[in-house]
Design a protein around this ligand. Structure first.
Ligand code: SPV
Ligand code: MG
Length: 291
C-alpha cells in the first residue's frame, strides 16, 4: 500500500481536467472498501454521509475526533486516496492549523474546506443557513491548511449555494487559488447543470475545479470531461442513499413475507461479508500462528 504522501501525489496527478477523477462517498470502512472494489479513483469521506450514518443533521454535530477515527479506519482497509470533508475546518484558521496534521497522520490524501460560517448547515437542505465568512478570513484558513500539512487542499466556495451569484463565486474562487488552494470546489444545488456549466466556462483555470453533481445528475461524466475545467467529480451521497434504499426494501419484504426466503435471494451472501471482513487474511494468520 502507498503511504500518505504518495497517495496525495497520485491524487494530484489524477486531477486531469480532460479526464476527471471520480470519487465516491463512503460513511464507514466497509463502504470505503466497496468504493475501492468498484474501482473509483478516490473515497469521499463525506460529512453528509457520516452525519446521516449517526442519524444526525449535517450541521457540525459530528466531532473532529469522530471524523478522524473514521478516516483512519477507512484507510486501514483499502488503498484509495481519501478525500476528507472537513466542512468549515471545525472553527477558525487556528482549528484548521491543528486539524491538518491530525488528518495527515490519520491517512488522508486531501481535504475539502468550505467558506461557510461555523457551525455549518447542509448545502442541499431546503431553507438551509448558508452565511459565508469573508474572503480574507477564508484565505487565512487555506494558508493554515497548506502550511500545516502536505495534503492536497481543496477550497470550496458556497457562493452559489448562498445565492450570491456567479461573479461573487468567481471572485472567491480566484482569491482561494491565489491563497494556495490546489483545487476549487464549486457547489450548486440547481436542478439543472446550467449554473455550473456557466461557472466552469467562465473559470480562468488557475487550478482544476471540483464538482458534486448531486442535484443535477443529468450531467454525465463525459459532459464534464468535455468542459476541460473539472479535475474531480465527487459522488456526494450515493453510498448512504443506496444503503437506505436497500435496507428499507429488505426490511419491508421480510415483515410482509413473514420469513426470510425471498429477501435471501436479493441480499449479499454471508460468504460475501466474510470476504469483505478479510477472512483470507485471518486464515493466513491461523495457519501461521495457531498451533
Ligand atoms: C458531503 O457529502 O458532505 C458534501 C457534499 O459536502 S453536499 O452534501 O452536497 O454538501
Ligand atoms: Mg459535507
Amino acid at each position: 500500500q502507498m503511504n500518505t504522501q504518495s497517495k496525495t501525489d497520485a491524487l494530484r496527478a489524477a486531477l486531469n481536467p480532460h479526464k476527471p477523477a471520480i470519487a465516491m462517498a463512503a460513511h464507514n470502512p466497509l463502504a470505503a472498501k466497496l468504493v475501492a472494489e468498484a474501482h473509483f479513483d478516490a473515497v469521499w469521506v463525506s460529512g453528509f454521509e457520516l452525519s446521516a450514518s449517526y442519524a444526525v443533521p449535517d450541521a457540525s454535530i459530528i466531532s473532529m475526533s469522530t471524523m478522524l477515527e473514521m478516516t483512519r479506519a477507512m484507510g486501514e482497509v483499502q488503498g484509495l486516496p481519501l478525500i476528507v470533508d472537513l466542512d468549515t475546518g471545525f472553527g477558525n484558521a487556528i482549528n484548521v492549523a491543528y486539524a491538518m496534521p491530525r488528518f495527515e497522520a490519520a491517512g488522508a490524501a486531501a481535504v475539502v474546506i468550505e467558506d461557510k460560517t461555523f457551525p455549518k448547515d447542509s448545502s442541499l437542505r431546503p431553507g438551509g443557513r448558508q452565511a459565508l465568512i469573508s474572503v480574507a478570513e477564508f484565505q487565512g484558513k487555506i494558508s493554515a491548511a497548506k502550511a500545516n500539512s502536505s495534503l492536497l487542499v481543496i477550497a470550496r466556495t458556497e457562493a452559489l449555494i448562498a445565492g450570491l451569484g456567479e461573479d461573487e463565486a468567481l471572485r472567491r474562487s480566484v482569491a482561494y487559488a491565489e491563497a494556495g488552494a490546489d483545487a476549487v470546489l464549486i457547489h450548486s444545488k440547481h436542478k439543472t447543470p446550467a449554473q455550473i456549466l456557466s461557472f466552469c466556462r467562465a473559470w480562468p483555470g488557475q487550478v482544476p475545479l471540483v464538482i458534486v453533481p448531486t442535484s443535477y445528475p443529468q450531467l454525465s461524466f463525459g459532459d464534464v470531461a468535455a468542459l476541460g475545467k473539472v479535475g474531480l467529480i465527487i459522488c456526494g451521497n450515493h453510498a448512504i442513499r443506496a444503503a437506505v434504499a436497500g435496507m428499507r426494501h429488505t426490511f419491508r419484504q421480510i415483515l410482509e413475507d413473514g420469513g426470510l426466503a425471498r429477501a435471501e435471494r436479493d441480499i449479499a451472501s454471508v460468504a460475501e461479508i466474510f470476504a469483505l471482513q478479510g477472512d483470507d487474511s485471518m486464515r493466513a494468520l491461523e495457519k501461521a500462528y495457531l498451533h
